[in-house]
Design a protein around this ligand. Structure first.
Ligand code: NAD
Length: 264
């Protein structure tokens, strides 16, 4: 497949149509939220999507929706991760979990689990995928980081550490991949309207005895200038952009979709 990068073309318009036809994408955590939206967007552009998730039923549903292949895998299991397909042209490292506790009370096992799922699994997947990408002279690594890859919040030691580690890994992959047509970037959303966050809104509303809307505007969006959650589809459009044509020079960057949070 020829892309404008390979042909030297310089079309200015945003691409439309099935410009990822013939490409294979592997998206982790693709059964829900941001990952699912990424799977839908990549499939819409023509990619065959490997839907990777531990949630079996939801993964199968998502794979059916996008005409892709479900892989029911727990990413904390290194052997299972190493059995995933190794011929993806696009890898979206998205699966993530949160645990909120002060450092002195933080369960050690939980910290280690979060690093395995959110740092070691992306490393293992990219490590195994790069030979195929290098062979084809084209690859796209999209790491769904967070504003917490750039900033810290109290009580999220494991998550903030993992996202900062992912940022570093992404930059190394960018440097090594550049001679082979492989880019690696991070996307850094603020709070996204996903099941993960909707659950937090409900529980915080109950805990504080305030309406759910106040949890969003007064607590979660305290440092965000745009006073709304971002939708998963908006994050997916950024991921799709990074996988599209005209992006071969965009590498090693972190793209905040944070409504102005990091402008402070
Ligand atoms: P989500 O909970 O809606 O979806 C996460 C998916 O990952 C789920 O389907 C879950 O089953 C899967 N998953 C979790 N652990 C797994 C494991 N061990 N093995 C396999 N699958 C596993 O979450 P989301 O909000 O869509 O978050 C996706 C990513 O975006 C995460 O990395 C998260 O840190 C990041 N992010 C989310 C927000 C937000 O506000 N929701 C903000 C910034 C960054």
């Amino acid at each position: 497949m020829e892309t404008p990068e390979q042909t030297g073309g310089t079309a200015a318009a945003m691409p439309t149509g099935r410009y990822l036809a013939g490409r294979k994408a592997l998206v982790t955590g693709a059964a829900s939220g941001i990952g699912r939206a990424c799977a839908v967007a990549l499939a819409r552009a023509g990619a065959h999507v490997h839907v990777v998730d531990r949630a079996a039923e939801a993964a199968k549903e998502a794979a059916e929706e996008v005409g892709g292949t479900a892989h029911v895998v727990d990413l904390s299991d290194p052997a299972a991760v190493d059995a995933l397909p190794d011929d993806a042209d696009i890898v979206v490292n998205n699966a993530g979990i949160q645990h909120v506790a002060p450092i002195h009370d933080f369960p050690v096992e939980r910290f280690a689990l979060i690093q395995r799922v959110m740092v070691e699994a992306p490393f293992r997947i990219v490590r195994r995928s790069l030979p195929h990408m290098y062979g084809g002279g084209w690859g796209r690594i999209v790491n769904i980081s967070s504003v917490h890859g750039l900033r810290a919040s109290p009580f999220k030691a494991a998550y903030v550490a993992a996202k900062h580690a992912l940022e570093g890994f992404s930059k190394v992959a960018a440097l090594e991949g550049a001679p082979h047509g492989v880019t690696s970037n991070c996307i850094n959303p603020g709070y996204v309207r996903t099941p993960l966050v909707e659950h937090q809104v409900a529980s915080q509303a109950a805990a504080h005895g305030i309406p759910a809307e106040d949890v969003v505007t007064k607590i979660m969006l305290d440092r965000t200038a745009v006073k709304r959650l971002i939708e998963p589809e908006e994050v997916a459009e950024a991921a799709l952009y990074l996988c599209g044509p005209h992006t071969g020079y965009v590498t090693g960057v972190s793209l905040p979709l944070d409504g102005g949070w990091t402008a402070h």
